[in-house]
Design a protein around this ligand. Structure first.
Ligand code: GDP
Ligand code: MG
Ligand code: ZN
Length: 302
């Protein structure tokens, strides 16, 4: 029996990088299950596993894992990746537009998973001065909340060193809406190496024999997990009370609210609303908070 790391998953088979450095294609037996998680895939990229004769016989306990539910109502979930250190969200303020609500929902989900998040603003070569100014404002906002940010152009990656620095020593799950440049960024980072396994392209993503659910690519230091064809991870179930825990600055200021169960919407003596009025909490962040709060059904609250 040998130990290894799952670096690629196609759904029907897995590529495992064994501790001795060899990559082998492995399968799991039909009755293979992991207790406590109801998922469509018992093994995911990032899993540390035991391998015996090209069969995965055991999955080591996960430090964390990111899931995506099949549908909002489904209890079955798909594990996108396991044992990740951070998530990098690739966003574009234009071409296509990414809303701050989308960014904040994503960050709140990362908080719920207790996973670090890095924001990467892409396509700066396409932006007007106003849009570049907006990026600077957003970067200042998120940096002030201790979220690292970068701004770059995947088609002309002059910030490669800075990007490698942000990814060094960590396993990073790359996420972002379709069209923001994830494939382009991976190709810019890996270039030749990637062409070995087939350049990332939509043709590859949809290719019959090369359909890949997730794959890990190794950097000089650290690794990136790409989940082609999957936009990102869905939002986590949260109670109304929890939502404020996932907005760092709101959580901090909420300690000063008059009522312990303040929802920061219309209560008297709400320190959060006061901070918004004073400009200490960004209006965009507060609006995202309200938007997430609006999603929580009463049944979840109870
Ligand atoms: N001008 C410009 N175009 C980009 C940049 N990054 C990606 N694109 C283009 O945006 C489109 C979508 O990129 P793609 O990598 O397929 O996005 P994905 O869906 O996130 O994988 C492609 O036409 C890319 O060439 C960039 O930094 N600048
Ligand atoms: Mg793509
Ligand atoms: Zn309050």
């Amino acid at each position: 029996m040998v130990r290894g790391l799952v670096i690629k998953s196609t759904g029907s088979s897995y590529i495992v990088r064994l501790d001795d450095g060899r990559d082998v294609e492995c399968h799991i037996k039909g009755n293979f299950r992991i207790r406590s998680i109801r998922s469509t895939n018992p093994v995911a990229v990032g899993d540390n596993v035991q391998v015996e004769d090209d069969w995965i016989t055991e999955v080591e306990e996960r430090r964390n894992y990111i899931i995506r539910r099949a549908t909002n109502l489904s209890k079955e979930s798909h594990i996108l990746a396991a044992n990740i250190d951070q998530v990098a969200l690739l966003v574009t303020v234009n071409h296509p537009v990414t809303s701050t609500t989308f960014i904040d929902r994503f960050l709140a989900t990362c908080e719920a998973y207790r996973v670090r998040a890095v924001l990467i603003f892409n396509k700066i070569d396409l932006l007007t001065e106003e849009e570049l100014a907006l990026i600077n404002e957003l970067r200042a906002l998120y940096e002030s909340l201790d979220y690292p940010t970068l701004a770059l152009s995947a088609t002309n990656l002059t910030e490669k060193e800075e990007l490698l620095g942000a990814l060094a020593g960590k396993t990073t799950l790359l996420s972002g809406n379709s069209g923001v440049g994830k494939s382009t960024l991976l190709n810019a980072l890996f270039g030749k190496e990637m062409t070995r396994t087939g350049k990332i392209s939509d043709a590859h993503d949809k290719g019959m024999h090369t359909t890949t659910f997730s794959e890990m690519y190794f950097l000089p230091s650290g690794a990136i997990i790409d989940t082609p064809g999957i936009k990102g991870f869905g939002s986590v179930d949260m109670s109304k009370e929890e939502v404020s825990h996932y907005f760092r600055e709101i959580f901090r200021v909420a300690q000063q609210c008059r009522f312990g169960n303040c929802t920061h919407t219309n209560e008297p003596g709400c320190a959060v609303q006061e901070a918004v009025v004073r400009g200490e909490i960004a209006v965009s962040r507060y609006e995202s908070y309200l938007s997430l709060l609006g999603d929580c059904t009463e049944s979840k609250y109870r």
